[in-house]
Design a protein around this ligand. Structure first.
Ligand code: F6P
Length: 353
C-alpha cells in the first residue's frame, strides 16, 4: 500500500498555493505516494477532515489564485485538545507525513509538531508578506506586489489629473516588503514602512518638494506603520488572532497619513486601501515557477526523509532549511534597502536643484 502524505495550506491565502499543491502532488505520486488534502489548514487535521487528491484535482490549477484546500488561521496549540486531536487524525487518516504550506505561523506549528511530537513534516514557504526567514523569497509576494504596483500607477494617473497627493495603503503585516517594493517600482515620493521610525515632518517636507516640482505626489504606506500616538481616526484597539497577531484591518494607516499630509501641506489628498485585492487573482509567472519548484522539492524531501525542514529558495537555487530557522524571527526590511528607497525619492530633488 502507498504511503499517504497529508497536504495543508494555512494562514492567509496567496497566489501560488495551487501551483505548489500541484507540484507537490504530481511529484509525490510519481514517487509512489498517495496525497490527501486536509481542509482549511490545521483545522482540517484537528477535525480529521481530508480527501484523497487525484491527478484530475490538481492538473488544471497551476494558473488559479487561492487554494483548492481552503485555509484558516487555526493554531492547534491554542485549541482545547487541538494537538491530541491532530495526532489522532494522523492515525485515523493513516497519514505517514505532512506537507504544510504557510508562513511563520503555519510553519511554527509544523516545527512544534515535529520537535515535540515527532510528526514527520516538511514545510513549503508561502506568504505575500515575504517576511519568512531562511528563504530569499516566498511565493505570493510577486503577485501581490505586482497588483499593488498597478494600483499605484493608477493612482498616479488620477493624482496628476487632479493635482492631488495620493496615498496607497498596502498589506504586509509587521514587515514593509510589499510597501517598499511597490514604492520603488512605482516611483513613489515617500514610502512609509514599520522598519523605519516614522517622521511626520520629513514626510511633509518630501511631499511639499515633490509637489512643487510636478503638482502631484504618491505615498505608499504599509498597513503596519507604527505611530508614536494613537491613529488620529480614533480606530479602536484591534483584536488578535490565534497566533497573537494584531488584526490590522481597523488601523487605517493610509487615511491617517492622508489627514496628516492635507493638514501639513494644504494640498488635497486622497487615500486608497487595496487590502485583499492583493491576495487574489492569477499568480504571476515568477510565483507559478517558484511555487511549483518548492512544491516539487517538498515531495522530494519527504521521500528523502528530510523532516523538520522546509523547501527554500537561496539565490536562484531551491534548497532546504530548518523549520526552526524559518519560524524563528521575521525577515524585516534591512537598512540598505531603506537607504536605497530614500535615495530614490530624494534623487529627483537633487536633479532639480
Ligand atoms: O499575512 C498575509 C496578510 O495578507 C497580511 O499582509 C495581512 O495583514 C493579513 O494577512 C490579513 O489577514 P486576514 O486575511 O485574516 O484579514
Amino acid at each position: 500500500m502507498s504511503k499517504r502524505i497529508g497536504l495543508l495550506t494555512g494562514g492567509g491565502d496567496c497566489p501560488g498555493l495551487n501551483p505548489a499543491i500541484r507540484g507537490a502532488v504530481i511529484q509525490a505520486m510519481e514517487l509512489g505516494y498517495e496525497c490527501w488534502g486536509l481542509e482549511e489548514g490545521w483545522k482540517g487535521l484537528i477535525e480529521g477532515n481530508a480527501r484523497k487528491l487525484a491527478l484530475e484535482d490538481v492538473e488544471g490549477i497551476v494558473g488559479q489564485g487561492g487554494t483548492i484546500l481552503g485555509t484558516s488561521r487555526t493554531n492547534p496549540f491554542k485549541k482545547e485538545k487541538g494537538v491530541e486531536k491532530a495526532l489522532a487524525s494522523m492515525k485515523s487518516l493513516n497519514l505517514y507525513s505532512l506537507i504544510a504550506m504557510g508562513g511563520e505561523d503555519t510553519l511554527g506549528v509544523a516545527q512544534r509538531l515535529y520537535a515535540e511530537h515527532q510528526v514527520k513534516v516538511v514545510g513549503v514557504p508561502k506568504t505575500m508578506d515575504n517576511d519568512l526567514s531562511a528563504t530569499d523569497y516566498t511565493f505570493g509576494f510577486d503577485t501581490a506586489t505586482s497588483v499593488a504596483v498597478d494600483a499605484a500607477e493608477r493612482l498616479i494617473d488620477t493624482g496628476k489629473s487632479h493635482r492631488r497627493v495620493m496615498v496607497l495603503e498596502v498589506m504586509g503585516r509587521e514587515a514593509g516588503w510589499v510597501a517598499l517594493f511597490t514604492g520603488i517600482a512605482s516611483g513613489a515620493d515617500y514610502i512609509a514602512i514599520p522598519e523605519k521610525p516614522f517622521d511626520e515632518a520629513e514626510m511633509i517636507e518630501q511631499i511639499k518638494t515633490a509637489y512643487a516640482r510636478k503638482k502631484h505626489a504618491l505615498v505608499v504606506v504599509s498597513e503596519a506603520l507604527k505611530f508614536s500616538k494613537p491613529a488620529s481616526n480614533g480606530a479602536a484597539v484591534p483584536d488578535k488572532d490565534d497566533f497573537g497577531h494584531t488584526l490590522l484591518k481597523a488601523q487605517g494607516t493610509g487615511d491617517t497619513l492622508a489627514e496628516m499630509i492635507e493638514k501639513g501641506t494644504g494640498i488635497e489628498t486622497r487615500a486608497s486601501v487595496i487590502g485583499h485585492i492583493q491576495r487574489g487573482g492569477k499568480p504571476t509567472l515568477f510565483d507559478r515557477i517558484l511555487a511549483t519548484r518548492v512544491g516539487v522539492k517538498a515531495a522530494q524531501m519527504t521521500h528523502a526523509g528530510q523532516f523538520g525542514r522546509m523547501a527554500a529558495m537561496k539565490g536562484s537555487e531551491i534548497t532546504d532549511a530548518s523549520l526552526k530557522e524559518a519560524a524563528g524571527t521575521l525577515k524585516k526590511v534591512s537598512a540598505d534597502w531603506i537607504y536605497m528607497a530614500q535615495t530614490l525619492s530624494m534623487k529627483r530633488e537633487i536633479v532639480s536643484r
